[in-house]
Design a protein around this ligand. Structure first.
Ligand code: FES
Length: 56
């Protein structure tokens, strides 16, 4: 895993990602970007919204 500063958590080689509620989301790609900002429109995946929301 790798946290991109101000962006998503990149997860490599996972079969499943569980969200905060414990719901399992199947992973179908070698690397997926999981939202770490909490503003995505399609959780748990990063949709790029972190680029337009302000932090702080
Ligand atoms: S980290 Fe990209 S939308 Fe949250």
């Amino acid at each position: 895993m790798r946290l991109c500063p101000g962006g998503p958590l990149l997860v490599r080689g996972a079969d499943v990602v569980r969200d905060e509620a414990g719901v399992a989301h199947a992973v179908t790609r070698p690397v997926v970007a999981v939202c770490a900002c909490g503003k995505t429109g399609r959780p748990p995946w990063c949709d790029g919204t972190h680029k337009v929301v302000r932090r702080g």
